[in-house]
Design a protein around this ligand. Structure first.
Ligand code: SF4
Length: 385
């Protein structure tokens, strides 16, 4: 290992695979449906890895996200992993996650990913209800979702996560509980449960603006959010983050924990974001610009910013409060050279008085009631600086 890298925290690598067979109605992630561009993308990705490589820099997580990474063949995933292993010091114990859409996989493909080195699968089930899946514009139906889980198990994926979406128009607690019960019966290692949002640029966002879709009221959505946390906790599945649940601590997503703890990560591929304090930088969210930069032999740089100390402190608070365990107060002081109470004491005390925040045992976290107000609490901290 390069001696100058001793003591440097390990990197997480995020690989954005910007292809989808078709766009889901709610999705604002960057992806295109020109699947014939996959070959050109993979060549450009290989070049980007070459340009950004840091031999000797330890890497302990890799996350293939998208888009639909399961539109790559196992051999293509294996080649990307070989490039990454050539450019970084990949830990033999690295968590290597791939997001898969149940409409794009079968047992053979999943077994191929496992052989290629993928050891964690995140399956985008979203719902087990055919009508709701169709409304969301998903490729797959309930039968394919269940078959995907069975095939993942047969392929040797014990570390299997399921993604679900709730809070669809007209959805009540009984309906949502049925999805949760189905998911729990399948005994995954990890659950992500996202409350549906209506992003402006999506077909659903437009339908909402045009009055063609009536979202749940804020109150009904908040009730579903609270129900999700209480119900999963009662089934032995506590939240470790606002939208993420695991029955065992070791099944938390090690890669995603980096985002919430300001750990460094490097994003590769169109639109991918990177962070290493105090810098944040990102690639253009445009496949053609990405390919063009690659042909010209330059990095596909979209932008870069240096976070001032105040911004970093705020991010440590916003992101840390997403975690059920919150953030460590001594760690905050060690990182920023100033006590949390010195900067945020007044607002933190007020939030404690309102029952939204708790500071105990050297940590600061949201209370169960405060979780549903994460955005509002974050805004109160932002007013301080
Ligand atoms: S939700 Fe996933 S599969 Fe659907 S368009 Fe977005 S990235 Fe693609």
């Amino acid at each position: 290992m390069n001696p100058s890298l001793a003591g440097t925290p390990p990197l997480g690598l995020y690989v954005h695979v910007p292809f989808c067979r078709r766009k889901c109605a709610y999705c604002d992630f960057y992806s295109v449906t020109h699947l014939e561009r996959r070959g050109a993308y993979l060549k450009a990705l290989s070049r980007e890895i070459g340009l950004r490589q840091a031999p000797g820099r330890a890497v302990d997580t890799v996350f293939f996200g998208g888009g639909t990474p399961s539109l790559l063949t196992p051999r293509q995933v294996e080649a990307v992993l070989a490039d990454l292993a050539g450019g970084f010091a990949m830990s033999p114990l690295a968590e290597i996650t791939l997001e898969a859409n149940p409409g794009t996989v079968d047992g053979r493909r999943l077994a191929g990913y496992r052989r290629a080195g993928v050891n964690r699968l995140s399956l985008g089930v979203q719902s087990f209800h055919d009508g709701r899946l169709a409304w969301l514009g998903r490729l797959h139906d309930r039968t394919q979702a269940l078959a995907g889980v069975r095939a993942a198990r047969a392929a040797g994926f014990h570390n299997l996560g399921l993604d679900l979406i709730y809070g669809l128009p007209g959805q009540g607690i009984d309906d949502w509980r049925a999805d949760l019960d189905t998911a729990l019966c399948l005994e995954p290692a990890h659950l992500s449960c996202y409350l549906l949002t209506y992003e402006d640029a999506t077909p659903l966002g437009q339908a909402r603006r045009a009055g063609r879709v009536r979202p749940l009221s804020d109150r009904a959505a908040a009730e579903l959010f609270d129900f999700t946390h209480a119900y999963l906790e009662s089934r032995g599945w506590p939240a470790y983050e606002l939208s993420n649940f695991a029955a065992r601590l070791e099944d938390r997503s090690r890669h995603n924990l980096k985002y919430w703890t300001l750990a460094p990560y490097l994003g590769l591929g169109p639109g991918a974001h990177s962070f290493e304090a105090p810098e944040r930088w990102w690639n253009d969210a445009c496949l053609e610009a990405y390919l063009e930069a690659s042909r010209a032999g330059r990095l596909p740089a979209g932008g870069r910013e240096t976070l001032a100390a105040g911004q970093q402190m705020l991010e440590a608070v916003f992101l840390g409060l997403r975690l059920s365990a919150g953030f460590d107060l001594a760690g905050f002081e060690a990182r920023f050279g100033v006590a949390f109470a010195t900067v945020f004491g007044t607002v933190a005390q007020a939030l404690e008085g309102e029952g939204l925040l708790a500071a105990a045992g050297g940590r600061c976290c949201l209370t169960p009631r405060g979780r549903r107000y994460h955005d509002a609490v974050s805004a109160r901290f932002a007013e301080v600086l």
